[in-house]
Design a protein around this ligand. Structure first.
Ligand code: RIB
Length: 333
């Protein structure tokens, strides 16, 4: 295998000059640069990435953990992270925790053993102390995205979930709905809890009494939205509108409405949260609260690489805005 010494001999320079040319870490004259690059090409030299990683103590590899790789919302976060780091010559190790904090911990341990330079974490649960302790004990630069957890040592990027829950509920109230069902996500996750708080505050602001029987627990998966909608439809006075705390559950609601013979939006209006691609394709198209999902990923990657360059910079907590997208599942055009 060709080594850096073979290249140096062929180009009549020192190995360190070859390294400076390949890593652009010091000025080298144009003629010397051309000699080195010609030798690299003639000898088919490929730098030993592992040796470079050990010497530099960096692998230019990042770890990303998401809680559900079947949900298009997280695929879009991965897309944003990957696009950003590709341009910075980093590669990505991806782990799916399945919303399980034990599996999340296994992935984090694996990432640390593989010497990732940093981690982007979409937490599986609000109380994953073991994961946070592992990251802190190994001083792994970390960016927390979407689900807020007490980490203290990381940067955090969220969206304004409360405003989104408030906005979608106020919109349904403005359409004349007074019995509005709410299907929650996992109650211990901050996004769901904050969206439900927004729902409650909008009802209160409109003087509409909160009816506890209209709030049904889901788990962010479509099947739970289907089941929760069946429960709501079976009420003596069923809701005329349903806000599901994410689009996957809203898709389940649309399926349940269809199977119950209920016309959407005429007999029940349906709204979600996320703005996944599927919501634009199904009929009726889904009204939702749009998250800046791709940007959540790209900004997480940007802040992580910034952290790698400036380890002592102050931690950041960014809260990105969301906005309503009205489609036919709440109002026929
Ligand atoms: O759809 C998955 C949900 O989990 C999204 O609303 C996102 O905010 C995450 O918390």
């Amino acid at each position: 295998m060709t080594t850096i010494r073979d290249v140096a001999k062929q180009a009549a320079v020192s190995p360190s000059t070859v390294s400076h040319v390949l890593n652009d870490t010091r000025f080298v004259s144009e003629t010397t640069r051309e000699r080195v690059l010609a030798a690299v090409k003639e000898l088919h030299y490929r730098p030993n990435i592992l040796a470079r990683s050990l010497r530099r103590r960096e692998t230019r590899t990042l770890g990303l953990i998401i809680p559900d790789n079947a949900n298009p919302f997280f695929a879009e976060i991965v897309h944003g992270v990957e696009d950003f780091i590709f341009d910075e010559s980093y590669t990505l190790l991806l782990g799916n925790s399945d919303g399980n904090s034990e599996k999340e911990l296994v992935y984090l341990d694996l990432f640390i053993n593989k010497q990732v330079d940093g981690v982007v974490l979409v937490a599986s649960a609000a109380k994953n102390r073991a994961s946070i302790d592992l990251l802190a004990a190994n001083a792994v630069p970390t960016v927390i995205v979407d689900r807020e957890i007490e980490a203290g040592f990381s940067d955090t990027i969220l969206v304004d979930n409360l405003a989104g829950g408030y906005q979608i509920t106020s919109y349904l109230l403005a359409l004349g709905h007074r019995r509005i069902g709410c299907i929650t996500g996992p109650s211990q996750l901050t996004p769901s809890a904050q969206r439900v708080t927004g729902y409650r505050q909008a009802l209160e602001a409109a003087g509409v009494p909160l009816a506890p029987q209209l709030i049904i627990a889901g788990d962010f998966h479509s099947a739970s939205g289907y089941r929760a909608a069946q429960t709501l439809f079976a009420l003596p006075e069923r809701p005329t509108a349903i806000f599901a705390c994410n689009d996957m559950m809203a898709l389940g609601v649309l399926g349940a409405a269809h199977d119950a013979g209920l016309a959407v939006p005429r007999e029940v209006a349906v709204a979600g949260f996320d703005n996944i691609e599927l919501g634009k394709l199904i009929l009726p198209r889904l009204t939702t609260i749009a998250q800046p999902t791709y940007k959540l990923g790209s900004l997480a990657a940007e802040l992580l690489l910034l952290r790698l360059r400036e380890p002592d910079r102050p931690s950041e907590r960014r809260v990105l805005p969301v906005h309503l997208i009205e489609r036919e599942s709440t109002r026929l055009n």
